[in-house]
Ligand binder design. Structure first.
Ligand code: 3PG
Length: 216
C-alpha cells in the first residue's frame, strides 16, 4: 500500500468521528462490550494500544463488532505491524516512526497514522506521502499553539493530536483547520471499564462524538 493510499484511508478513519478512543485493554473478555458501547455512543474508530498481553486478542474480538473500525496503536516494530495485521487491525498508529516501521506498514497493507513531534518529522512523513499524521505527545509538545503554527508552512498535512487531550481541551484542537480528529483515553476510563459500566462509557462517547470540528 502506498503512503498516498494509506493517507486516504486514515483520512476516512479520522472523518468518522471527532475523537478516536485510545484504549489500553487488560481483559479481552470485555473488549467487545467496550467496543459496542463506544460505537453506540458515536465513536466507531477505535485504537487498541499494543501495550498489554490482551491487546491482540482484544483487536480480534472488537473487529467482530458491527460498525466498529478497529486499529492497533503503539506500533514500534515490524513485528508489531505484522501482528496487528494478522489480528485484523484496519489501521495502525505509532507514537513516532522509523523507516523500517513505515516499510513494514506499506508492505503489509496496513494504513498507518505515524507520529510526528517536530516540523522536520512532519516534513519527512509528508515527503514520503503521509498527509494524515499523529501529533504526539500533543500537550507536552506545546499543544494547540504549536499545531496552529505548523499549519502555516505545512498546510498540506492534517493531524490527529494525541496525548493529554481531554473533553476540555479537545474543542480548541478541533477548531484548527489542520486537525482531522483527536485521540484520547478519557472516553474509556479504567474504573468504568473494570466495573462494566457500558452505559457510562456510551455517555462519555456520545459527549465526545458531539464535539464540533473545523475539518473532517
Ligand atoms: C497514548 O498513547 O497513551 C495516547 O496518547 C493517549 O494519551 P492520553 O491518555 O493522554 O489520552
Amino acid at each position: 500500500m502506498t503512503p498516498d493510499h494509506a493517507s486516504e484511508l486514515t483520512a476516512r478513519v479520522c472523518g468518522l468521528a471527532p475523537v478516536i478512543p485510545v484504549l489500553v485493554i487488560d481483559d479481552a473478555a470485555s473488549a467487545a462490550d467496550l467496543a459496542r458501547a463506544l460505537v453506540a455512543g458515536g465513536l466507531p474508530a477505535l485504537e487498541v494500544t499494543l501495550r498489554t498481553p490482551a491487546a491482540l486478542e482484544a483487536i480480534r474480538e472488537m473487529s467482530q463488532v458491527e460498525g466498529g473500525v478497529v486499529g492497533a496503536g503503539t506500533l514500534l516494530t515490524e513485528k508489531d505491524v505484522e501482528a496487528a495485521k494478522e489480528a485484523g487491525a484496519n489501521f495502525g498508529v505509532s507514537p513516532g516512526f522509523t523507516r523500517r516501521l513505515l516499510d513494514a506498514a506499506e508492505a503489509n497493507d496496513l494504513p498507518m497514522l505515524p507520529g510526528a513531534a517536530t516540523p522536520s518529522e512532519a516534513m519527512y512523513l509528508f515527503q514520503r506521502g503521509y498527509r494524515i499524521q499523529k501529533f504526539f505527545p500533543a500537550e507536552a509538545n506545546g499543544g494547540v499553539p504549536v499545531l496552529k503554527a505548523w499549519g502555516a508552512p505545512i498546510p498540506q498535512v492534517r493531524f490527529c493530536p494525541t496525548g493529554g487531550v481531554s473533553l476540555q481541551n479537545a474543542p480548541t484542537y478541533l477548531a484548527l483547520s489542520n486537525v482531522a480528529c483527536v485521540g484520547g483515553s478519557w472516553v474509556a476510563p479504567a474504573a468504568l471499564v473494570r466495573s462494566g459500566d457500558w452505559a457510562g462509557v456510551a455517555r462519555l462517547a456520545a459527549e465526545a462524538a458531539s464535539l464540533p470540528r473545523a475539518s473532517s
